[in-house]
Design a protein around this ligand. Structure first.
Ligand SMILES: Nc1ncnc2c1ncn2[C@@H]1O[C@H](COP(=O)(O)OP(=O)(O)OP(=O)(O)O)[C@@H](O)[C@H]1O
Length: 249
């Protein structure tokens, strides 16, 4: 079934007519121009495009971190735009995982407590079996008692990925998740993210500038001037690099 034929509720995340501008009058920038997009479950999608094309704005709106001016966003069958602040906070805590370039771990607590933090904040107990599955998959078993500064960059990012996966969110958003890692460590983290889509059914949406990172995704969406202008299935470094070059023309 192609993405066009699925009803919107069958997607982990979808948006229709998403529009967003910044500034006023002469400084006004149209960051998103009526974007329609849908992300099927258990898929790893990368969003790419030239600087200023609207990638971060799209991701921040989809994740409820920024507010679109108009349009509809559905996450797990729920309408994000109609939620009040409390509902949005709950949605972000329980249905959305985040992996940022800067890891964003709490420095004073160990890896295990960092991984459990979103559940602790929500006042929920963790499912031990799932915790063990995630820890084993990410190779973190012998690092759980270490504080972030006692871990390498790659290990810190694996802790952040584990934290994102632990709530079994509808979607994990990655914002240049390997931007601070060397290429070998980045490749390791990306493989683990891809494994989580294949073996755990996780849906992942990642913004990146790096064709090598994007080649781990199932699909690359291409943006230009606040619009989606194309997509690549089963991307390779070469096909992504070529597509980006033609966008820049
Ligand atoms: N807070 C803001 N205030 C004003 N303009 C903004 C703001 N955030 C983004 N913009 C503008 O909106 C447009 C889209 O920006 P966005 O950050 O989404 O692009 P991007 O594709 O993620 O860029 P990059 O690859 O450089 O991170 C740009 O023209 C940018 O200058």
């Amino acid at each position: 079934m192609t993405s066009e034929t699925l009803p919107l509720t069958d997607y982990a995340v979808s948006a229709r007519g998403l529009t967003k501008s910044y500034g006023h009058d002469s400084t006004r920038v149209q960051a998103l121009r009526s974007v329609d997009v849908a992300f099927a479950r258990s898929r790893f999608t990368a969003i790419m495009g030239p600087s200023g094309s609207g990638k971060s704005t799209l991701m921040h709106c989809l994740a409820g971190l920024d507010t679109a001016d108009a349009g509809q966003i559905m996450i797990g069958g729920k309408d994000l735009m109609s939620m009040n602040d409390d509902e949005l906070t709950m949605m972000r805590r329980e249905q959305i995982g985040f992996v940022f370039q800067s890891f964003n771990l709490v420095p004073t607590i160990n890896a295990k407590d960092n991984i459990l933090l979103p559940l602790s904040l929500a006042g929920k107990r963790h499912d031990r079996d799932w915790f063990n599955t995630v820890i084993e998959a990410l190779g973190l078993r012998d690092r759980l008692n270490h504080k972030p500064h006692e871990l390498s960059g790659g290990q810190q990012q694996r802790v952040a990925v584990a934290r994102a996966l632990l709530t079994r969110p509808e979607v994990v958003f990655g914002d240049e998740p390997t931007g601070n890692l060397d290429s070998r460590t980045g490749a390791e983290v990306l493989s683990l993210m891809r494994t989580s889509t294949r073996e755990m059914g996780q849906t992942i949406i990642m913004v990146t500038h790096d064709p090598a990172a994007a080649s781990y995704a199932d699909t690359v969406l291409l943006m230009k001037d606040g619009q989606l202008v194309g997509s690549i299935e089963e991307p390779t470094v070469a096909s992504v690099t070529e597509a980006l070059a033609s966008l820049a023309e």
